[in-house]
Design a binder for this molecule. Structure first.
Ligand SMILES: [Zn+2]
Length: 385
C-alpha cells in the first residue's frame, strides 16, 4: 500500500460531490461502448501538464514516484476529469535500451516545464536491428526508468482507482511497434529506409513487434492484473502514405489484437496530420473502441466542423471520436475559442457517433489553466440526457 495514495483516498473517498448521474468511469466507458451518457466525457491527455499544475517541475518529479502520482491525483481532485492519464515520458519507453552510463547524453531536461528531450539511440538500421537481436532492452532493464519510475507510478494510480471503487478510470498508455520503430531511429530516418531498404525495414518492424508482444505480457500481469481496464495505444505511422500503410502497418494490427484481449477499453492515439486511410485502418481494428485523432492531412482543405463531421461519419457505429480542442489552441488560444471548438466538435460528432473531449495529442505543459477549465466547462455544458 502506498502512503501517498492512502492520504488521497482518506481525503477524497465519499467526500466528492457527484457530477451528473454517472460516475466518471461509467461516462467514459459508456461513450466507448457507443451508449448514451449523461454528459460527453472530458478526458484530456494531461500527463506533463498535471505535473506543472500541481506545482512541481519536470526535473523534480523525474526520480520521484510519489510526487508524480501526487500531481496526477491532485489535478483530478481539483478538476474532476473523466479519466486520469498516467504521467509518461520518452525515457519510460526506451531508457532500458541503452546502458546506464549513456543515458545522460540521450535524455535531457531543458527547462522546468519543457518536455524531456531525447536523442535517437540508434543511428543506422543495422544498429537498431542489432539492439533488438541482442535483446538490449532486457539487458539494461534493471535500474532503468520503466522499472524505477513508470511501473511504481502506474501501480500507485491503479491502487487509487481500485480503492476509490472505480469512480475514475486510470488510462495506461502503451506505445505500439511502429511507434517504437520510429522513435528509436527518428521518424525521418525510418521513412527513408522504408523506401530504400524495405526488406530490412520489415525485419526491423518484426523485431519491434516481438518486443512489444512480450511487453504486453508485463501489462497483462501488472496493469490488467491490478485493475487496469482503460488503455491508450500510442500509434506510430502518422506520416505514412497509403502504400506504406498497406505494406508495413500489419505489425500494429497484430499488436492491437493482443492488447484488446488484455484490456476491455482500448483506444488509439493517432496524432499529427491524419490521412483518412490511416483512420479507416484503425477503425477496422477489432476491439479498439475509440480514436484520439488530430488534424486533417495537408491536402484536405476542410474547416474544423467539416473535419469533425467527416471523422464522425467514418467512425459511426464503430468507435467513439475523441478530439478537441487542438493541442495548439489549448496552449495558445483564448478560453472562448476553446469553448467554441469543443462545442463545434460535439455538435458535428454526436449525430453520427459518440464523442469524448480529448485534444488530439497531449496538452502542452505551458497551456493556461483557464483553457483546460474552458475545455471541461464546454463538455459539462453539453447535457445529452
Ligand atoms: Zn501525440
Amino acid at each position: 500500500m502506498s502512503q501517498i495514495v492512502d492520504e488521497w483516498v482518506g481525503r477524497l473517498k465519499g467526500k466528492l460531490p457527484p457530477i451528473g448521474e454517472m460516475t466518471h468511469w461509467e461516462r467514459l466507458a459508456g461513450a466507448m461502448d457507443l451508449k448514451q451518457t449523461d454528459y460527453v466525457p472530458v478526458a484530456p491527455e494531461l500527463d506533463y501538464w498535471q505535473i506543472t499544475y500541481a506545482g512541481y517541475s519536470h526535473r523534480e518529479i523525474y526520480h520521484d514516484v510519489d510526487k508524480t502520482t501526487d500531481a496526477c491525483i491532485k489535478t483530478w481532485a481539483d478538476l474532476r476529469l473523466d479519466a486520469i492519464w498516467m504521467y509518461v515520458d520518452i525515457s519510460h519507453q526506451i531508457e532500458n535500451f541503452i546502458p546506464a552510463e549513456r543515458r545522460a547524453e540521450h535524455f535531457i531536461h531543458r527547462g522546468e516545464k519543457d518536455y524531456l528531450m531525447f536523442k535517437p539511440i540508434a543511428r543506422t538500421l543495422d544498429e537498431a536491428i542489432e539492439m533488438y537481436e541482442t535483446r538490449a532492452f532486457e539487458k539494461h532493464l534493471d535500474g532503468s526508468r520503466p522499472v524505477t519510475h513508470y511501473t511504481p507510478h502506474m501501480l500507485q494510480l491503479l491502487e487509487f482507482q481500485e480503492r476509490m471503487d472505480r469512480q475514475v478510470p486510470i488510462i495506461v498508455g502503451i506505445a505500439t511497434p511502429t511507434n517504437y520503430a520510429e522513435t528509436i531511429v527518428e521518424v525521418q530516418n525510418f521513412q527513408r529506409w522504408m523506401v530504400t531498404e524495405p526488406e530490412k525495414t520489415q525485419h526491423y518492424l518484426n523485431l519491434c513487434l516481438q518486443e512489444r508482444l512480450e511487453a504486453l505480457e508485463f501489462y497483462r500481469q501488472f496493469a490488467a492484473g491490478n485493475g487496469g481496464t482503460f488503455c491508450c495505444l500510442f500509434g506510430g505511422a502518422r506520416t505514412w502514405g497509403p502504400k506504406h500503410l498497406a505494406r508495413f502497418a500489419g505489425v500494429d494490427r497484430v499488436f492491437a489484437e493482443k492488447a484488446t484481449q488484455i484490456f476491455p477499453y482500448v483506444f488509439w492515439h493517432h496524432c499529427g496530420r491524419n490521412l483518412p486511410r490511416a483512420l479507416e485502418l484503425i477503425r477496422d481494428l477489432p476491439g479498439v473502441k475509440g480514436i484520439q485523432y488530430d488534424m486533417p492531412y495537408y491536402g484536405q482543405d476542410l474547416s474544423w466542423p467539416q473535419w469533425f463531421e467527416q471523422v464522425a461519419r467514418l467512425l459511426g457505429g464503430k468507435q467513439c471520436a475523441m478530439n478537441s480542442p487542438t493541442t495548439q489552441l489549448a496552449c495558445h488560444g483564448r478560453p472562448a475559442e476553446v469553448r467554441r471548438m469543443v462545442r463545434e466538435f460535439i455538435d458535428a460528432t454526436i449525430p453520427h457517433t459518440t464523442a469524448c473531449v480529448m485534444p488530439g495529442c497531449e496538452v502542452d505543459s505551458f497551456s493556461p489553466l483557464e483553457n483546460v477549465k474552458a475545455m471541461i466547462e464546454a463538455g459539462r455544458a453539453c447535457r445529452l440526457t
